[in-house]
Design a binder for this molecule. Structure first.
Ligand code: SAM
Length: 354
């Protein structure tokens, strides 16, 4: 057990428990942890809320099995339901267990330290490893395939959009010319390529390939797209009084969460409208003022907490039907948002590989 607790230190644990647990007082309460990981947060929620059951989702089978063992070791297994899925299958995951509404949902986005430390998965630019980067090792798309099969325009787009990389086009062009000579398969090769392209005068602190690695990881795992499709599903399954609590680790994730929460926090009518109809009134109440960040002490002890942004809302009344319909559309419409693009890319990648 100590071994598991040492692998991954939960970020802002007390804040998360204080935000989640008050929604779980009633007998039969259900909390969903969409990013179970090694169950650091999940075990703390169950201990703070003895009436609650926790459904824990993770797409990483290894994390799920370690978390399940931890629940057993800590005597919490009878209030724990493990689900191996990506969190954008949220609706199906809860409904298949006969659950229609839940009292709290928690997300601790990104990678666990277990994944970062498993160098052979190629998440880290600090170690030479095959460029894999899959959180779910059963999916076909890897970072290697993206580097081998995406065209220059698509590579530029992901480095720009997901890495906010200034030299996206130049890096993409170099990848396309290099792969004609030799395949790009290792993190060391990619580090060298980026190092060669980005001019010394334009470098910030840290590894110059950091943003390219982040962009590849987001694309491989469809991270932002999954998040955008999951938040509306969560909202449509929250009970009144239910809470949504999310920890993000980069600005694109945090912006996605903030934009989503704002839909229910603001009055939804033009500014000059004399009377605000009931269905345009806010349905969320903010539980955090802006985003909570880790303090210096936590950052010194757990460097992963340095970039965290924690936001939480409570559902104060039933979601107006108009919004429920919009959320269903955002969650499940195939042509909605970037997933369409991502899937086209996957299809393209698949076509090219045949
Ligand atoms: C930061 S860790 C969670 C750590 C956890 N809170 C703890 O205290 O042990 C994030 C976890 O979410 C999982 N994950 C990330 N994206 C996911 C997705 N789209 N669907 C399901 N699980 C996901 C990862 O596999 C990883 O195990």
């Amino acid at each position: 057990m100590n071994q598991i607790t040492q692998i991954h230190e939960p970020v802002l644990l007390d804040d998360c428990v204080n935000l989640v647990a008050p929604a779980l007082n009633a007998p039969g309460s259900v909390v969903v942890d969409c990013t179970l990981g090694l169950a650091g947060h999940a075990t703390a929620f169950l201990k703070a809320a003895p009436n609650a059951t926790l459904l824990g989702i993770d797409r990483d089978a290894e994390a799920l099995s370690l978390a399940t063992q931890r629940m057993k070791d800590e005597g919490l297994a009878d209030r724990f339901i493990p689900v191996h899925a990506a969190f954008d299958e949220f609706a199906q995951a809860v409904e298949s267990h006969g659950i229609s509404t839940v009292q709290a949902v928690f997300m601790d986005l990104g990678l666990s330290s277990l994944q970062i430390d498993e160098t052979e998965r190629g998440f880290s630019y600090a170690h030479d490893a095959p460029l894999d980067m899959r959180m779910d090792v059963s999916q076909p798309l890897t970072a290697q395939r993206i580097l081998a099969e995406y065209d220059e325009a698509d590579l530029t787009r992901i480095f720009k959009e997901y890495g906010e990389e200034r030299f996206a086009r130049q890096i993409a062009r170099r990848i396309v010319s290099t792969r004609q000579q030799q395949p790009l398969v290792s993190s060391e090769q990619l580090n060298r390529l980026v190092d060669d392209v980005i001019p010394r005068a334009h470098r910030g602190t840290g590894n110059p390939a950091k943003r390219v690695f982040q962009a590849l990881r987001i694309e491989v795992n469809g991270e932002l797209d999954k998040l955008r499709r999951t938040l509306p599903q969560i909202a449509n399954h929250l009970a009144v009084g239910g809470r949504l609590v999310v920890e993000s680790y980069h600005s694109l994730e945090d912006r996605t969460v903030k934009t989503f929460m704002n839909k229910g926090l603001t009055v939804d009518v033009p500014a000059n409208m004399p009377v605000i109809p009931d269905d345009a009134q806010p349905f969320f109440k903010a539980l955090t003022r802006g985003a909570i960040k880790a303090d210096e002490q936590e950052i010194a002890h757990n460097p992963r907490s340095a970039s965290v942004r924690l936001r939480a809302v409570e559902l104060t009344r039933p979601i107006p039907q108009r919004w429920r319909t919009t959320f269903t559309h955002e969650a499940f419409d195939e042509n909605e948002g970037p997933r369409h693009h991502f899937q086209n890319n996957k299809r393209k990648a698949h076509r090219r590989s045949r």
